[in-house]
Design a protein around this ligand. Structure first.
Ligand SMILES: Cc1ncc(COP(=O)(O)O)c(C=O)c1O
Length: 390
């Protein structure tokens, strides 16, 4: 566990989180706790595999062969009990590129796509950028927990003739790991109205005790045929810069359309080092991942305990997975501009603006807890001190 406590400066590595922070927050003393990557080193087995590959010295076009597909298949089977056929896999440089490809290949201009808000900001842009319409099914807050309004979901699908649903599971930013029952209800509605499901399950491996990730495609064969699942080892093992990901599509005709779209955009290869990293991570990274999940869960508990015992003005939602905490700052009674400025200038922490996830994020901020405890302690102390100094 010690390696998760080690502070490693990322400044000067062209890190978006650390090196862009000064420009973004206009203050070099702001502690960056925003963009969704981790301040932890990837497992040693991954670094060793990369070093060995780098040592080889030739980085020509590289084939992600059958072996890599088998590793992905095994990972999904052992971590999530989901049995897939390796032939269902399409490689992609990232989940965002995959979402762009999916929207373009499976919907037409003017089509309606439903999302559950507040949600990861690119969900809006991947729809709007291609001339499709966003339909919102806002999540509802009940007893300090975000839940799905199923009636609204079905009504909006019917009213707008929705053809595609982008699911975020686990959900960024609210931290819910949707239960099998919730997913079943959603998928029943989708099946009834022939709505295809795009499941962004990039956070699938980051799950806390008492919760279990269910790939929505694993619910039944008809749902499997309706679903396109976007996955990646990059959140799990902190490899986002290596841009290596994949899509799982069981329906052959949907997969054909999607593959054609990737092909037409010239996306037919994976990053050489990304393949090596993914292979090593899936083969040797499980023990490290178990430790990571324990660390993240203890960080969640730490943040909740401190904030709730030291101020009554902020409320932290108990994330069930991911390393992102959604904080209700409405008790501060500030408008969004004031809240952003308060966190930046008074608390000197760089958080994600709640409104970037949709209007439902007004009065909220998102905090990244995937950092050594010392950084987390510093960030939380800054927030609490600033709140209490008001
Ligand atoms: C829900 C979700 N999807 C996709 C991504 C980004 O995926 P990628 O880096 O593979 O494009 C993120 C990153 O934060 C995310 O939270």
């Amino acid at each position: 566990m010690e390696h998760f406590n080690q502070f490693i400066s990322r400044k000067g590595t062209r890190s978006v989180k650390w090196d862009m922070a000064e420009e973004l927050y206009q203050d070099k003393d702001v502690l960056p706790m925003w963009v969704a990557d981790m301040d932890f080193k990837t497992p040693e087995a991954v670094t060793n595999a990369l070093m060995e590959r780098v040592e080889h010295g030739i980085f020509g076009y590289t084939l992600p062969d059958r072996l890599v597909k088998n590793q992905i298949t095994e990972w999904l089977s052992k971590r999530h009990g989901w049995e897939i056929d390796p032939e269902w896999i399409t490689y992609s440089p990232g989940v965002i590129p995959s979402l762009h490809m999916i929207i373009q290949s499976l919907t037409d201009i003017g089509d309606h796509v439903i999302i559950q808000t507040p949600v990861y900001p690119p969900f809006y842009s991947v729809i709007k950028d291609h001339g499709r319409h966003v339909v919102k099914n806002p999540l509802v807050l009940k007893d300090n927990r975000y839940e799905i309004d199923f009636d609204d979901f079905e009504r909006k699908i019917k009213e707008n003739g929705v053809t595609l649903f982008i699911l975020c599971n686990p959900h960024n930013p609210v931290g819910r790991v949707w239960t099998k029952e919730e997913l079943k209800r959603l998928s029943d509605i989708c099946e009834k109205h022939s709505v295809k499901i795009v499941a962004d399950e990039i956070h699938a491996d980051l799950i806390f005790s008492g919760h279990k990730h269910t790939p929505i495609a694993s619910l039944s064969e008809p749902i499997n045929q309706l679903t396109i699942t976007c996955l990646s080892p990059t959140k799990t093992f902190n490899l986002a810069g290596l841009q290596t990901s994949y899509v799982v599509t069981a329906d052959a005709s949907i997969k054909k359309k999607l593959d054609k779209q990737f092909h037409n955009q010239g996306m037919m290869m994976l990053n050489t080092l990304g393949i090596t990293a993914m292979e090593a991570a899936y083969e040797h990274g499980e023990e490290w991942l178990e430790e990571l999940n324990e660390v993240l869960e203890s960080h969640r508990d730490y943040v909740m305990e401190r904030i709730h015992s030291e101020t009554s003005l902020l409320k932290v939602f108990p994330a069930e997975g991911t390393y992102l905490l959604w904080i209700d700052c409405r008790g501060l009674q500030m408008n969004q501009k004031e809240l952003k400025s308060f966190m930046q200038k008074k608390a000197k922490v760089g958080l994600n603006d709640g409104v970037s996830f949709g209007d439902e994020g007004k009065g909220f901020m998102r905090l990244n807890i995937a950092a050594p405890k010392s950084i987390l302690e510093e960030g939380i102390s800054r927030i609490i001190d600033a709140v209490n100094a008001q």
